[in-house]
Design a protein around this ligand. Structure first.
Ligand code: ZN
Length: 305
């Protein structure tokens, strides 16, 4: 028997591989990580360095390494497949990011090709091109992009995604900062208009966890990702409801592992331990839930088994 098994989560990154073996999992599938062209990533890290000013909270990036080392860390943790997500903060950037992310996904072991979009002329064309180019996951960042997800320029792109069945990770919650168009009620209108959309609510809608659960209940294509949810860092400003594990039961098949690696201020193992904590808190979740969240459901969404 491995030293760490089952419902007791790993207490350090080093323990993760044995823990996965104890669960009988071939590895992790992480639907929410970030890789970017080096120059852009440095700018993102510079922003996090000033998190005290931007967010009112210090945010020391734990995995601030060169790209080859970051990839080694993921593989050492047992992450077999991951979605390296990109997103623009201004017009004229998405198409270029997509070219980079499609190429990175095609040429990097474990990565899947991804893409993004922004409300701008040409969005429908480059979204169609990314789908044809093999994108297996999209990211839409309403808060950083500062746009309205209901923008008419996004109608055709949302429709293309709905028709393709390719999942789109949507950061539409108020956390860590409110934006002009953040809030799950705004995104709910997109879901009404595009009922076929496979939408993964990033950070489980943080801090509107209850609303995220409602959207998942009402829309069979809505999933929640675990990114930064339930870890000590987030509990300080966006605590989960005390009956969270109980409320996950009806949507247990629609929760997927996300981490925000490498831009997290704590060890990756903490995210896994948080998910294990939910599994142990509710007997209707247990090990089947853990296996689904950490591997089976995100693998199915990304089309990798
Ligand atoms: Zn993220």
């Amino acid at each position: 028997m491995p030293a760490v098994s089952g419902l007791e989560g790993p207490s350090s990154d080093e323990e993760v591989p044995d823990w996965l073996a104890g669960l009988g999992l071939p590895g992790l599938v992480d639907l929410h990580t970030h890789f970017l062209p080096e120059r852009v990533l440095r700018k993102v890290w510079d922003y996090f360095d000033l998190a005290g000013t931007h967010y009112g909270i210090e945010w020391p990036i734990r995995y601030r390494f060169d790209e080859p080392i970051r990839l080694d860390v993921l593989s050492g943790l047992g992450v077999r497949v991951f979605a390296p997500l990109v997103y623009p903060h201004k017009p004229g950037m998405a198409e270029w990011l997509n070219r980079w992310a499609l190429e990175f996904g095609r040429t990097t072991a474990g990565a899947v090709p991804t893409a993004t979009m922004y409300p701008e002329p040409g969005a429908a064309e480059y979204v169609a091109a990314a789908l044809e180019g093999g994108a297996r996951c999209f990211k839409v960042h309403v808060q950083v992009g500062g746009f309205d997800p209901r923008d008419p320029l996004l109608r055709r792109p949302w429709q293309l995604l709905a028709e393709s069945g390719v999942p789109v990770v949507v950061h539409c919650g108020h956390g860590p900062l409110r934006g002009e168009f953040t809030g799950l009620d705004v995104f709910a209108e997109v879901l009404e208009r595009h009922p076929g959309l496979v939408a993964v609510l990033a950070h489980a809608g943080m801090p509107e966890y209850g609303r995220a659960l409602e959207l998942a209940r009402d829309h069979p294509g809505v999933y929640l990702d675990t990114t930064m949810v339930g870890v000590a860092f987030s509990e300080r400003f966006a605590p989960l409801p005390s009956d969270w594990a109980d409320r996950l039961v009806p949507v247990a098949e629609r929760v997927v592992l996300g981490s925000d690696f490498p831009n997290i201020p704590y060890p990756y193992a903490e995210q896994l331990a948080a998910v294990a904590g939910w599994a142990v808190a509710e007997e209707r979740l247990g090990i089947p839930f853990l296996r689904a969240v950490l591997h089976d459901t995100p693998a199915r969404l990304l089309g990798c088994g």
